[in-house]
Design a protein around this ligand. Structure first.
Ligand code: PMP
Length: 405
């Protein structure tokens, strides 16, 4: 439960829920990982200090209770994105989820001559696994370009798609630019040529209400640690018929039906994809994180972050030395460059002013090439940020310009 009393009509003010954000520190790196509310810390602590036991095996009560809690977390995730319980696979994070689909679905469904469609703004974790499987099976990769205002160009995508395209994989929200994909239209386009579509929801689930049934996509992935939950837990949602037909990704305990040296049979999905002892307490932490964001409300979070993005773009845009990337209606993320100053220097000077941003290629080197830069400075927002953080950022950038001016 959120400790702060929430009133939908008042501006979001939940900073006090976050014990690791000290007074006066502007934490603007939520796109890399979010800070954790006390409710999540408490759920993790309780999981280890009070209720800990293994799941799915123990004959004793404590283990049966933990199994119920672990499966309740799965149901909570399902409800959160409007999927079915048996369509939720717990993984380590989005990276593992994409590798699972690349290995288990693409690795068995794609053949030489097939094509995969990605976009120019994808995170490396939504590029490299596809390259690895494409190389293995002899498939090719095409890249959808961006519009002038740095969105995935769906008109270009419509023109590029052919029946040879078997899979499309796109970010719902860009981790560098904050550009929001029209996921429904992208799905319709992919399905129009018979391709499956995976949506990388790492940056969308903390910022937008996501409904996989409404989108109509085939796979949806995200990481818990960007959604105010723990690291080491993430989600692959896959349509039941697809998961049911996919072979296991990893072998081991818990994912089997029966093992003999002659032949092993596997458990149904999602158990089949959860080999080994899972991140039990991570699932409990993720459950608490989803409760936390839904208690605030994603519509409210979106409105809050949109206001912060507008304030940032307006103030930075007024500085002659700053170049802004991405569309004006970015979700929670602003990338920029300060003329003549390396983003790392921008980040270092901001750190002295207690403003934490990210500087670098953000695991999106192909996008840096499109933008014509080596790296960008990136400010990304979360529920705990307020106008004071934007003002500290802008003051810091003015100082950067003075120092290098
Ligand atoms: N996709 C996007 C859009 C991301 O922002 C990230 C994390 N930066 C990932 C994938 C990979 O997530 P993880 O490192 O948690 O597996």
């Amino acid at each position: 439960q959120a400790t702060t009393i929430l009133d939908a009509a008042r501006p979001l003010d939940v900073l006090a829920d976050f014990p690791a954000i000290p007074e006066g520190w502007a934490y603007l790196d939520t796109a890399a990982t979010s800070q954790k509310p006390q409710a999540v810390v408490d759920a993790i602590t309780r999981g280890y200090a009070e209720t800990y036991a293994t799941v799915h095996r123990g004959v004793y009560q404590r283990s049966a209770d933990m199994t119920l809690a672990y499966e309740a977390a799965r149901r909570r995730v399902a409800r959160f994105i409007n999927g079915a319980e048996e369509e939720i696979v717990f993984v380590r994070g989005a990276t593992e989820a994409i590798n699972l689909v690349a290995h288990s679905w693409a690795g068995t469904q794609l053949k030489a001559g097939d094509r995969i469609l990605l976009s120019a703004l994808e995170h490396h974790s939504n590029i490299v696994p596809w390259q690895m499987v494409a190389e293995r099976v002899g498939a090719a990769i095409d890249v959808v370009p961006l519009t002038d205002d740095h969105r995935i160009d769906l008109d270009a995508m419509a023109a590029m798609l052919t029946p040879a395209h078997k899979l499309v994989a796109l970010a719902h929200v860009s981790n560098v630019l904050g550009s929001v994909l029209d996921a429904r239209r992208a799905t319709e386009l992919a399905h129009g040529v018979g391709a499956k579509i995976l949506i990388d929801g790492c940056q969308s689930v903390p910022r937008l209400a996501v409904d996989v049934a409404d989108i109509g996509c085939d796979f949806y992935v995200f990481s818990g640690h960007k959604l105010y939950g723990p690291t080491g837990i993430g989600v692959l949602w896959g349509r039941a018929d697809l998961l049911d037909a996919m072979p296991p990704y990893q072998g081991g305990g818990s994912m089997i039906d029966r093992v003999t040296f002659a032949r092993t049979t596997y458990a149904p999905a999602p158990t089949r994809f959860e080999a080994g002892t899972p991140h039990i307490v991570g699932a409990l932490g993720l459950h608490a994180a989803i409760d936390y964001v839904e208690a605030i409300g994603l519509d409210r979070i979106h409105a809050h972050e949109t206001a912060l993005v507008s304030r940032t773009r307006e103030a930075l845009g007024a500085l002659n030395s700053v170049r802004l990337f991405g569309p004006a209606d970015s979700a929670g993320i602003v990338s920029f460059a300060v003329e003549g100053v390396h983003p790392h220097d921008v980040g270092t000077i901001l750190d002295e002013a207690k403003v934490a941003i990210r500087a670098g290629h953000h695991c999106a080197q192909p996008l840096m090439e499109v933008l014509g830069v080596e790296a960008t400075a990136r400010a990304s927002f979360g529920v705990y940020n307020g106008p004071q953080d934007v003002d500290a950022l802008v003051k810091g950038i003015e100082r950067v310009s003075r120092i290098f001016g």
